[in-house]
Design a protein around this ligand. Structure first.
Ligand SMILES: *Cc1c(COP(=O)(O)O)cnc(C)c1O
Length: 374
């Protein structure tokens, strides 16, 4: 759009009876540029393995014969598959799903947030949390992290106790910084939320990429009826395009979400796709292992170049020590490699690619830093 038409559109938008808390907001905006090497939105760069792809095709084809009917509103088979995949003694009663974990989080905010209610999170964190808050008219409270972006149990618990929010969102591993939270933090936050009876959400979108021995907040669910662990098939399962996110929680939490979900919100095609992919979680796991190797190559490679990559339990690496992030970002894009400028001074974020893509990123970084005289 030209500058003038854009200004005119903004003016026309301002005349609409938009809710006050939405005025002046910008939509979620990771640039969808076309580049040969896309390492900007933490997608699974390895794609869906061929055996899983064939199984998905067969399952979707089977579902076509009943496409004139509404799908199973309770997506029972999918909830059973997800419970089996997660383990930890969970059953279908503990599971809920929606079109991406973004929709899962939106439904949680629709049920437990809203006008005169607050949700506390700890920036820098996932940029969708404030947008989901404004979309549901929930006030977003920004908690604080240490200067190295870490979050201690003591500090987190103090902030939760002081804010007494209706909801807390902890992201682990945190996006954009990549580091997993110690479960001590989740325990302390849950305990501090007793007084306000807050819902505590742990967003584990990247859990499958964690280093061995990193425990999941799923282990904390027994006895904590206000704890929700959110997961997605967008990252480890390489299904970002299929839109399937889910959560594990006490059964009464899923009952609350039934009150706000749209009827038949999960299409028959989505349900068939997800169930078939879950039956092939082992071949997907092999790709996850390679992505972890590429992630570790990025951490080692950037460190060798004199930068400061944060420890990563995810499929991406956040790194600091960049003198001119905008220039490096553009230089990489000119070379066909798209990464993410998350707007934190001196820092950039890159998704782990295939071996070739990762090599292209590292070689171009070396070249660009050398050109800067480092
Ligand atoms: C990618 C990501 C998600 C996944 O969102 P979907 O809607 O499931 O695709 C959720 N949380 C975080 C922190 C993410 O980075």
């Amino acid at each position: 759009m030209s500058q003038e038409t854009q200004a005119a559109r903004l003016e026309r938008l301002a005349r609409l009876p938009l809710r006050d808390n939405l005025r002046g907001l910008k939509p979620y905006g990771a640039p969808q540029l076309d580049a040969p090497v896309l390492l900007n939105v933490n997608e699974n760069t390895h794609g869906v393995p061929s055996d899983a792809r064939r199984a998905i095709m067969r399952a979707v084809e089977r579902s076509l014969t009943e496409l004139n009917r509404y799908p199973d509103r309770e997506f029972t088979e999918l909830r059973e598959s997800l419970a089996r995949y997660l383990g930890h003694g969970l059953s279908a009663d503990n599971i809920w799903a929606a079109n991406g974990s973004n929709e899962v989080l939106q439904q949680i905010l629709q049920a437990f947030g809203g006008p005169a209610r607050t949700v506390l999170s700890f920036p820098p964190t996932y940029s969708m949390y404030p947008l989901l808050a404004s979309g549901t008219n929930t006030e977003y409270l920004s908690g604080e992290r240490a200067s190295d972006f870490s979050l201690s149990a003591v500090s987190a618990a103090e902030q939760v106790a002081a804010a007494a929010p209706q909801l807390v969102i902890l992201c682990s591993p945190n996006n954009p910084t990549g580091t997993a939270l110690d479960l001590e933090v989740v325990r302390a936050v849950y305990q501090a939320s007793e007084a306000a009876q807050s819902i505590v959400i742990v967003d584990e979108a990247y859990a499958e990429f964690a280093h061995p021995g990193t425990p999941s907040a799923l282990t904390l669910l027994p006895g904590r009826e206000r704890l929700i662990v959110s997961r997605t098939m967008s990252k480890a399962f390489a299904l970002a395009g299929a839109r399937l996110g889910y959560l594990a929680a006490a059964p009464e939490v899923t009952d609350a979400l039934r009150l706000v979900r749209l009827p038949y919100h999960l299409s028959a095609l989505t349900q068939a796709t997800a169930v078939a992919a879950l039956e092939h979680s082992e071949s997907l796991q092999a790709n996850v292992e390679d992505i972890k190797r590429q992630r570790d190559r990025i951490v080692d490679g950037l460190r060798a170049l004199g930068l400061q990559p944060a420890p990563s339990d995810a499929n991406f690496v956040f790194f600091s020590g960049v003198q001119n992030p905008g220039k490096i970002w553009q230089g990489l894009l000119d070379a066909g490699v798209l990464i993410r400028d998350v707007g934190i001074p001196g820092s950039l974020r890159v998704t782990a690619g295939t071996e070739q893509e990762t090599t292209a990123f590292l070689e171009n970084m070396e070249r660009l830093l050398a050109a800067e005289g480092r």
